[in-house]
Design a protein around this ligand. Structure first.
Ligand code: NDP
Length: 248
């Protein structure tokens, strides 16, 4: 029970897999969580990662379901050890102009990307407070910082994550817990590769570095924030976007 646990929601996804690998390399026991009911997919992912030298534990919970998050967190704490790092990486898009956006697209994106952060963090927080240590890292988006047409739902949810991050950071700073967000630009995962090629090429042409980011470039930032090297950083948002959006 002396393992230091890093729990990564969406840990089997494009960015989540690289985050899981980075945190494992840095010495954490990684619990990667999935919403995927088809456990064969999770088994296949675990086998692929094992072949690459990584031993991951997969847990299943829908981040939109508070009770499911509560029981998963309890199970992990009791079975595997203390969750010292929580990475809220689960996320979805349901793009469309607001004039055409139905309630289900709004609700799905808000409940997964924003309520999911509350549902997981609220359940992990008491454990972290009792130990007076924790690292909470929320994977937001450049489009939460600058807005993006066709993404009122996603931009609102991802901007909301920043508000959550800044507020909670202040509440728990005295308890040894840091709370930060990472805002990726366009990263080469299935979420972005699903965008029509001509639209994607147009997006790339607007990125000063003229390329998509790599998932490992997000993972490196998360690895840093989870490490003792980032002990004095809290309430921050770290953009990792190739210069697509700059601010101070
Ligand atoms: P993926 O689709 O590859 O991964 C998303 C993960 O979220 C999946 O593994 C999925 O789990 C999980 N998930 C979705 N819904 C739920 C749910 N209800 N409960 C639990 N888990 C759920 O996307 P990416 O790796 O590209 O994105 C990861 C994060 O990075 C997201 O938050 C995204 O918004 C953000 N991001 C991505 C960018 C990009 O360019 N790719 C840019 C900016 C931000 P399952 O294993 O079940 O499929």
């Amino acid at each position: 029970m002396s393992n230091s646990i890093a729990l990564v929601t969406g840990g089997l996804g494009g960015i989540g897999t690289e985050i899981s690998k980075k945190l494992a390399t840095n010495g954490f026991t990684v619990i990667a969580t999935t919403f995927n009911k088809e456990i064969e997919n999770a088994d296949q992912w675990v086998a692929e990662q094992k072949a690459a030298g990584f031993d991951f534990i997969v847990e299943e919970a829908d981040v939109t379901d508070f009770a499911a998050c509560a029981s998963m967190v309890k199970r992990v704490e009791e079975t595997h050890g203390p969750i010292n790092v929580l990475v809220n990486c689960a996320g979805i898009t349901r793009d469309g102009f607001l004039k055409n956006m139905d309630e289900s697209s709004w609700d799905a994106v808000l409940s997964t990307n924003l309520d999911g952060v509350y549902n997981m963090t609220k359940n992990v927080l008491d454990y972290m407070l009792s130990r007076e240590f924790g690292r909470i890292i929320n994977i937001s988006s450049v489009n939460g910082q600058r807005g993006q047409f066709g993404q009122t739902n996603y931009s609102a949810a991802k901007a909301g994550m920043h508000g959550f991050t800044m507020a909670l950071a202040q509440e728990v700073a005295r308890k040894g817990i840091t709370v930060n967000s990472v805002s990726p630009g366009y990263i080469a995962t299935s979420m972005v590769m699903a965008i029509d090629e001509s639209i994607r090429n147009n997006l790339i042409s607007q990125i000063p570095m003229q390329r998509l980011g790599e998932p490992v470039e997000i993972a490196n930032t998360v690895g840093f924030l989870a490490s003792s090297e980032a002990n004095y950083i809290t309430g921050a948002n770290i953009p990792v976007n190739g210069g697509l959006f700059t601010s101070f």
